[in-house]
Design a protein around this ligand. Structure first.
Ligand SMILES: N[C@@H](Cc1c[nH]c[nH+]1)C(=O)O
Length: 390
């Protein structure tokens, strides 16, 4: 009888082979070290959370959640991100610790895919949350840490796009009110053709249509803030632009303005964002490597109100963007026959102490010695009679 699922994996699930594992490990260690050097403390949370609390607070589409039942009949989810679990943690086990809190993590997160389109349903995120600080300096710190993390991992060429969800909402709500959702969705999908078509068909004055289409042009350096101010005059919009103006100054103080550009079209997939949002791209990848932003309402849902900002970075995509740069450790193989076993073990030990990775292999256990040898930078043979023996 055939076993149809024997070699298959569930949709979007991936294996990590040794070479990829090694590259991920190197980059993970660099990032963890960078975040720790900025004073962020690493934490871990469980893979499973309650649907009713963290699942809903994660603010991701319901169909992207993996759900299951526990023995008591409660619905659980595989965490789709780390921001909501950290909010839960800060409001419970860390309730006694004073704000602001600087936390970082390195964890697998889970997002169900509708079809096999090459997108993983499980991937590792490395990120930070700066909780209990509503200043623009905090947003700037998080962006600066994102830049230094990407540099530290060895990525040379990248850009961070910065937007503000408060500005997008101010403009859309001002013009289309209740119907803003559809337009926001086009932006989130980066479907600008769809956005334009939709705007053209709306029953609006040509002035208002022009304002909505004007949003498409708000990409570039600091100077676009003036154009942006012409499109929205309400309080929410003005406040958002003042924050972006100050944020730009903070980034100049860090000396990283060359890595950033403004993009007021930017809408991210998590609906908990309330302020500045950002997304980082490597020059050779179309998809964002990292994203984040300000979320001032989420902590309140866990009854410990606090303004917060943070970002998450996709380790798999970062490794892909860095390409071959991860350095390979020298790997040696010592093939021995049993007469020289002790000698082989001794040699292996001293090479390991010198930092090499060493495999010791009994020749009687291999049939394809050539095939095995190809996997190593060097192969030493300890075969036959011991030295000095006749
Ligand atoms: N959790 C977000 C990233 C983020 C961290 N903090 C704020 N935003 C994500 O998965 O996209």
């Amino acid at each position: 009888m055939s076993k149809p699922f024997m070699f298959e994996k569930p949709l979007g699930m991936r294996d990590t082979l040794p070479e990829m594992y090694e590259m991920k490990k190197q980059v993970r260690e660099q990032l963890e070290d960078e975040m720790t050097s900025w004073g962020y403390q690493m934490i871990e949370t469980p893979t499973l959370e309650y649907y009713e609390t963290v699942g809903l607070a994660s603010a991701i589409l319901d169909q992207q959640l993996f759900k299951l039942l526990d023995q008591q009949g409660n619905t659980l989810v595989l965490r789709p991100d780390m921001t909501a679990p950290i909010a839960r943690l800060v409001a419970s086990s860390m309730k006694g610790e004073a704000y602001p809190l600087r936390l970082s993590y390195q964890s697998n997160v889970y997002r169900a895919q509708q079809h096999e389109g090459g997108k993983p349903a499980e991937f590792e995120q490395i990120g930070v949350e700066l909780i209990g600080d509503g200043t623009v300096s905090a947003d700037g710190e998080v962006i600066a840490l994102m830049v230094s993390s990407l540099k530290r991992a060895g990525l040379g060429d990248f850009k961070i796009a910065i937007g503000h969800i408060g500005y997008v909402n101010a403009l859309l709500n001002d013009i289309v009110g209740e119907r803003a959702d559809a337009l926001r969705r086009f932006l989130y999908e980066k479907n600008y053709v769809g956005f334009r078509e939709h705007v053209k068909n709306l029953p609006l004055s040509s002035i208002d249509k022009g304002r909505l289409l004007g949003l498409m042009k708000l990409r570039g350096g600091k100077s676009i803030l003036q154009d942006a101010a012409k499109l929205v005059q309400n309080e929410q919009g003005t406040k958002a632009l003042a924050e972006l103006e100050e944020l730009w100054q903070v980034l100049e103080s860090y000396g990283i303005e060359d890595y950033v550009k403004l993009d007021l079209n930017l809408v991210l997939h998590m609906s908990y964002y309330t302020g500045a949002v950002f997304e980082g791209y490597g020059s050779n990848l179309g998809v964002p490597l990292c994203s984040g932003g300000r979320y001032d309402e989420l902590l309140g849902k866990f009854e410990r109100p606090g303004q917060a900002t943070g970002f998450g970075l996709r380790l798999d995509l970062l490794v892909e963007a860095i390409g071959e740069k991860a350095s390979k450790r020298k790997k040696t193989c010592i093939i021995f026959s049993k007469e020289r076993r002790a000698e082989a073990f001794q040699e292996a030990q001293s090479l390991r102490e010198a930092g090499e990775a060493v495999v010791v292999q009994d020749i009687a256990g291999v049939t394809d010695v050539d095939g095995m040898s190809e996997q190593f930078t060097e192969v030493h043979y300890f075969i036959g009679q011991k030295k000095g023996e006749a």
